[in-house]
Ligand binder design. Structure first.
Ligand code: AHM
Ligand code: MG
Length: 334
């Protein structure tokens, strides 16, 4: 049961038995993500001091090289997850290939693979706008005791056992699901503790916000152009409001709270879309569905796509159920 003001630690312990596989490992895995997120949060918060502390590529006062924040976040998540003997493999938007983790005993007996975008929307950092981390967790499908293979990572999103994001915003929040709804926890930075602030998050069935990079309008498929026009026309609840941060996590988070649709369609420049199926779209689609929303490539459910490559891209329409269905209707008509 989710009780407000519960800490994330308490929540994880209390809800452990609800997890599909309740050996405690998934709980420990979420715990390591919680820890890594605190470390990354600390560094993200210092980003504005870069001119004072030294920019990426510089050497700091201790003689250490300063890393770009997305590389830093990638390293922290990988180190934290590797050291805790829970995952057998990691795939990251920042890495060309997946990483095999054999475990200290070299037995390859850990069960989970993690796929992540360690710092999404990182072009927003220089201008002090929210960024996020996105993660997706699967059980391995190849036999335990052997090193992971590509097959363990190329599972359709409907096989995820958990997914979530961290939003480094005006407050830092971790929002995740293990298949029993979506809960959001806000970090109290003074004491380093996350509190359950948003129990059982639900996408409003309808909304009034559309989030899309309209600068790409002329390159959009006709169905998307038609849907955008529909959003702008006078109607019962229309025109809708346009809001686009350019940080998927933040746009999604706002839309889940207020009701809205996020779109990153295919364009002439990016014929398959821009966002990555495994690191961005699948985890967000899982959360959307867990919160009563919907996620589609314009024609079919994101979570049913069988991936063929690690860095695969896909058009993405995600948010309030009625809005995504309306966008699909326009796509199909065109
Ligand atoms: P990134 O993984 O390189 O940060 O790109 C993903 C980001 C999303 O967070 C965001 O919604 C989108 O790219 C913005 O792209 P654009 O600037 O083309 O609108
Ligand atoms: Mg990204």
């Amino acid at each position: 049961m989710a009780t407000k003001n519960q800490t994330l630690g308490e929540f994880i312990i209390e809800n452990q038995t609800e997890f599909k596989y309740s050996s405690g490992e998934l709980s420990r895995l979420i715990n390591s993500i919680r820890l890594a997120a605190k470390v990354v949060n600390h560094e993200v918060n210092k980003a504005g001091l870069v001119d004072i502390l030294g920019a990426a590529g510089d050497t700091n006062i201790q003689g250490e090289d300063q890393q770009k924040l997305d590389v830093y976040a990638n390293d922290i998540f990988i180190k934290t997850l590797t050291n805790r003997e829970i995952v057998c493999g990691i795939a990251s938007e920042e890495e060309d290939d997946f990483i095999t983790i054999t475990g200290r005993n070299k037995k390859n007996d850990n069960k989970y693979v993690v796929l992540m975008d360690p710092l999404d929307g990182s072009s927003n950092i220089d201008v002090n706008v929210s960024v996020g981390t996105i993660f997706s967790i699967y059980r391995r499908v190849t036999e335990a005791g052997t090193p992971v293979t590509l097959e363990d990572f190329l599972q359709p999103g409907n096989k995820q056992v958990a997914a979530g994001y961290i939003v480094y915003g005006t407050s830092t929040m971790i929002v995740y699901s293990t298949g029993h709804g979506v809960n959001g926890f806000t970090l109290n930075p003074a004491i380093g503790t996350y509190y359950l602030s948003h129990p059982n998050m639900q996408f409003p069935v309808d909304g009034k916000i559309y989030s899309v990079n309209e600068g790409n309008y002329v390159h959009f498929p006709q169905g998307v152009k038609d849907y955008i026009k529909y959003c702008q026309q006078e109607g019962e609840d229309r025109p809708y409001t346009s809001r686009y941060i350019g940080s998927l996590v933040s746009d999604f988070h706002r839309n889940m709270i207020k009701g809205g649709i996020y779109m990153y369609p295919n364009t002439a420049k990016d014929p398959k879309g821009k966002l990555r199926l495994l690191y961005e779209c699948n985890p967000m689609a899982y959360l959307a569905e867990q919160a009563g929303g919907k996620a589609s490539d314009g024609f079919k459910r994101i979570l049913d796509i069988t991936p063929t490559e690690l860095h695969q891209r896909v058009p993405f329409f995600c948010g309030s159920k009625n809005m995504v269905e309306k966008a699909e209707e326009f796509m199909q008509k065109a």
